[in-house]
Design a protein around this ligand. Structure first.
Ligand SMILES: Nc1ncnc2c1ncn2[C@@H]1O[C@H](COP(=O)(O)OP(=O)(O)OP(=O)(O)O)[C@@H](O)[C@H]1O
Length: 242
C-alpha cells in the first residue's frame, strides 16, 4: 500500500532564515504520528507546505501516491488533506452548522441539500456538538470552539488530518476529551500528523514521533524511545539536561 503522506527533502527559506532544511518522512495509512520540536523549529512551516498554504522552495509532498507539491490549498483539500489551525478561526457571522457546511464545499465530493445537512449533523455529533448547530460561534466555550474546528476539518472527509496544536490551551479534563476524540478518529483509521507540545497527549496518541530542531529532522522512531533520546532532550531543554 502506498504511503498516505510522503514528504521528501522539503525546504523553506524566509529571507536569510532556513526554516525547514531537507526534511523527509512518511506516514502509513492509519498512523498517528507526532511532529515535535521546540518553538520555532519549523513544524508549522512543514504543515503549511503540506496543506499548500506556503509554497515549498524545494522537495516534494505526496499524498496517497499523488504529487501535491505545487497545489493550492483548495486542491490539496480535494486530495483528502484537512487541517486545524493553532488559533481557532471559525467565521463569526455564521452559526455553528453553517461553519461546518461551508467547510463541506472544500471536500473531495460535492454534497447538496439534505445530504449536506445530514453530513453536518454527523460531524457535529462526532465532535460532541450534537444539536448545537444553530448557536452563534461567539457563544462557544474554548473546548467547543476546538470541537467546531475539528468538525470543520472533518467536513471535507479527509484521509489525512493535520492537527496543529489542536489540544493547546485545554484544561486537564478538556484535554482528556480532546485525546479521546483523536483516539476515536484513530479507531476509524484516520491518518493524523499531530504537532503538539503536550507530552501526555503525544504519549497517549502517537506510536511514532518525528522531532525537528532549527529546521532539521533530528530524530524519528517509536515515541517512548524518541522522547528519551538525549539529542531530543537537549533540543528541548538545552545542554544541561542531555
Ligand atoms: N511567514 C514567515 N515569515 C518569516 N519567518 C517565518 C514565517 N513563518 C515562520 N517563520 C520563522 O520560521 C521559523 C519556523 O517557524 P515555525 O512557525 O514553523 O516553527 P514551529 O516549530 O511551528 O514553532 P511553534 O512551536 O512556536 O509553533 C521561525 O524562526 C519563525 O520565526
Amino acid at each position: 500500500m502506498s504511503a498516505q503522506l510522503q514528504i521528501t527533502n522539503l525546504q523553506k527559506r524566509f529571507g536569510g532564515l532556513v526554516a525547514v532544511n531537507g526534511v523527509s518522512f512518511t506516514l502509513s495509512p492509519g498512523e498517528v504520528v507526532g511532529l515535535l520540536g521546540p518553538n520555532g523549529s519549523g513544524k508549522t512551516t512543514v504543515m503549511n507546505m503540506i496543506s499548500g498554504a506556503l509554497p515549498c522552495d524545494g522537495g516534494t509532498v505526496q499524498v496517497g501516491g499523488t504529487d501535491i507539491t505545487r497545489m493550492k490549498p483548495h486542491k490539496v483539500a480535494k486530495h483528502g488533506v484537512a487541517r486545524t489551525f493553532q488559533l481557532v478561526r471559525p467565521l463569526p457571522t455564521l452559526n455553528v452548522a453553517e461553519n461546518v457546511l461551508l467547510a463541506l464545499a472544500f471536500g473531495k465530493k460535492r454534497h447538496w441539500g439534505r445530504e449536506a445537512r445530514e453530513l453536518v449533523d454527523q460531524k457535529l455529533e462526532f465532535v460532541g456538538l450534537a444539536g448545537r448547530g444553530e448557536e452563534k460561534v461567539g457563544n462557544l466555550t474554548y473546548i467547543d470552539q476546538k470541537r467546531l474546528e475539528m468538525a470543520r476539518a472533518l467536513a471535507s472527509e479527509p484521509d489525512l488530518l493535520l492537527l496543529d496544536e489542536w489540544l493547546a490551551g485545554l484544561n486537564p479534563s478538556e484535554l482528556r476529551i480532546g485525546i479521546d476524540l483523536v483516539q476515536h478518529l484513530q479507531g476509524q483509521g484516520m491518518t493524523v500528523l499531530l504537532v503538539e507540545h503536550i507530552m501526555e497527549a503525544v504519549r497517549a496518541l502517537c506510536s511514532r514521533c518525528i522531532v525537528m530542531s532549527a529546521g532539521e529532522k533530528i530524530a524519528e522512531g517509536a515515541s517512548a524511545e524518541v522522547l528519551r533520546d538525549p539529542a531530543v532532550i537537549k533540543a528541548y531543554l538545552g545542554d544541561d539536561h542531555a
